[in-house]
Design a protein. Sequence first.
Length: 207
Amino acid sequence: TTEIYTLSLHDALPIFLPGVALALFASMKVKSTFARASQIPSRTGYTGAGIAQAILDAEGIHDVGIEPTEGHLSDHYDPKAKVLRLSPDVYSGRSLAAAGVAAHEVGHAIQHARGYAPLALRNSIVPMASIGSSLSWIFIMIGIAAMLQPLAIVGCALFTMVVIFQVVNLPVEFNASRRARQVLLSNGLVTTVEDREIGKVLNAAAM
């Protein structure tokens, strides 16, 4: 039984491990890019919250709130409440990192206001992906510890589905960053020199 279990789990690893590698790479990319850009002050002197408000005003969006939230890089747009929730470093930060992350989240608010269909599809799938993300590791760990092959395989499958969702979600994320970058430039919220660094932050935020 142990031999069969080991072989079956070994067969699942080629599917599971690339997902882990992709998730780790994205996390490291975001953190390293944010850390570097955090050392570069924004020319405008705006906080992340200020940048977010300036973009909303420029786009004629007046029904979206901005509020701080706990955590590091926990920034997100809540379409149900129509609220941008920005982490402390972004909400009060005056760096290019804060500007880029805040602008990316406003990009989602712009998508929502403009009726961007892929965003609606993404939002409908998010709850299921969140459940899969939470349960996958539990199933995998218990399955391995208790030598329960089906449970471990289910955990691998759940994690793989989460990764597939994230890959499908990438176009939505990059679209949000593209919209944000255009508004930042067209309204003079960043210079052409700053735009190069902002572009890196926006790409990382999309990941």
